[in-house]
Ligand binder design. Sequence first.
Ligand code: FES
Ligand code: CO
Length: 349
Amino acid sequence: MLKNFWYALEFADRVTRQPRKVTCLGQDFVLYRTEAGAAVCLSDLCVHRGGALSMGRVTGDCIACPYHGWQYDATGACVKIPANSEERKIPRKARVDAYPTVERYGMVWAFLGDLPEAERPPIPVIPEHDDPSYRMVQFEMEIDANYERAFENVVDAAHTPFVHGTAFGNPDKPEIPDFRVRQTDWSAEADIQLSPPLPKGLWGLLARRRPRAEYVTVTNAWYLPNIVKLHVRLPIGDLLLYDFNIPLSQERTLIKILGYRNFFTGAWADANARKRIEKILLQDKPVVESQRPELLPFDLSDELHVRSDSLQVAYRRRRLELKKQGWWVGGDDIITGDGPRRTATVIAS
Ligand code: FES
Ligand code: CO
């Protein structure tokens, strides 16, 4: 799993004065809001006896552990130990890791890593979010697969006719014309020609009135560490899915999706849009969960690649580079936040 990136951890409207536990990179975090409304992200592990802060209470800008009531402020520093008499000093080591947060695109993001602000990779730009011609729905689903398998699946155009033959792929025309990958340090993108099936249902009825194109252009993109974009140009408009593949553990992934459309932009069509996203994900789920090995290999010669896998190959090359630079964490590694590295449980003097 890649450290030193901004990770979208939760939909912003779920981050309130009520503490909320989230998991990413195999670590637990607690999210809550200060009185002024700023999102706070702390390690969910109380340094006293390992209580879960997310089961505690927010008072003022602080969060109180449910076990012995230690209070931590928004920087992770312990500011109150109720069992101690007032004159006892709070040990300096009594603090939990705090992670910088940003709110964007209706998500709360936390920086999970140890890079200074100026060196942090950027949060991807989602231009549709502020474009009033688009309507957005949120969706989420957990799957029993590693997040990189889920991530690669979304940019993988060649699976569409087989896995999504009944949704938007065309099983009669599976070949993918060659495409060019445009790459930066943190992302890659390609315009891919896919043969569309004859659409069904209400959208299909509308589409049937127009001459059917031989190919539709689908723009697939990935953004490090875990975001994938799918931009489908339907006869009736543009559909964009931004997929956040959040690693809960090595084997389990929480997929959060922001889905944008510039057709049927009324709230009445939201439920249908969510249903279509769910249908596509449920088609992908069993296939991605069955992949072996569960973890994406690091050795590029470990699996066979063909021309239509170019976006995934670009990803594998880039993650290998970053791994060599020490950006890879897995297993028992702990990513510390802004505060000093935590050692053992401290004794309140
Ligand atoms: Fe958190 Fe004791 S475990 S206060
Ligand atoms: Co798919």
